[in-house]
Design a protein around this ligand. Sequence first.
Ligand code: UDP
Length: 412
Amino acid sequence: MAGLLEEYEKIVGPDVIDQLRQLATLLKGRKIVHVNSTREGGGVAEILHRLIPLHFELGLDVRWDVITGNREFYQCTKLMHNALQGARVDIPLSLLRNYEEAAQKNFEGLQEHLQGADLVFIHDPQPAALIRSCPERCGKWIWRCHIDVSHPYRPVWQYLRRYVRQYDASIWSLSEFAQPLPHPLFLIAPSIDPLSEKNSDVPLRELEKIYERYHLDPVRPIITQISRFDRFKDPIGVIQSYKLVKEFLPIQLVLAGGGATDDPEGEEVLIKVRSASDNDPDIHVLLLPPDDHLTINALQRISDIVLQKSTREGFGLTVTEAMWKGKPVIGGDTGGIRLQVINHHTGFLVNTPEGAALRIRYLLKRREKLHEIGEKAHQFVLENFLITRHLREYLTLMVAIMYETEDRIEPQ
Ligand code: UDP
């Protein structure tokens, strides 16, 4: 990892890196712990995989722990996830008791790290109840919410709130998501890492291999959505848009996804996707292993347009990834997609399959517009959604929380 900061410097400039170094000196010797519920699959794992090594590079003492649970635990947390994103689902009491027991068991395994930590970041609802098991904590605990809780199903939010309110602070991706709580609330947007295998340049021969491997025609336009098979990502809506465009233009659709270990609903959604595809040879449903970053990267690069037709979206790293690669994104007009896709400038926001189809046809017919939007999208990510900005905000937050009452902050 030697020289990693210098590599970022080439992209974002020396001032940004200097600032990270200065902030890090104020946190030297502090123990920082991040906890989430999966090491692979989904945006949170993606971010932590990149953010943690960068902490090390700055000389910080950080660790990343992952909680585990039985089948009922993930059933419960998926219901919770759906309810917090607005679905009216009541969670059976037995599943909630199991969720609480899992928190206690996980705490026992992690106690040594959590109790002595200065700063603990707990990501999303799955590990939120850990705080209940640690009344004697000495550090500050921060709950980091990555999902779209702009319109949560109230009974489920009220249940989770009992835990969340015990935290010293919480972090949200958008102001619309923030809920009333008796502690400071911070807004931090997620980010991508331009140096990761998912986002760095891909040699032409690797791109060519992708056409061959997945039987894609390099001549006809390719429209892609990369996502876990999750109902809020609306893969069926994507297929409907494709069918509407296909009547006029010879496009190909790639729906690439995989599972996350903490998401038990993927299988069910995948069955619906396959059935909606009607064995159309131009719909390519790809199930990829969670660590196949190069393939995702290449698929995004060979696409003419990237879709993210979500109906709820915490942020949508797939949007950022595609924009970084200079692709116009047609995204659902919701949550974190709105933060990234500035309608008609860095992409298009849509509410229906018909809307998405209209925009696909528009962009494929006006190639100069497609390239112009793609360039603006890349620039927008460079200025707003790279990991260096994300880390700076985390470091600033940690400094603010650690030194909250001090007038003057001195390096340790
Ligand atoms: N991803 C992946 N393989 C897949 C599907 C998604 O590596 O089959 C990655 C995708 O590239 C992105 C992350 O998982 O980096 C998904 O993050 P996003 O915020 O878009 O959605 P989430 O899954 O967290 O709801």
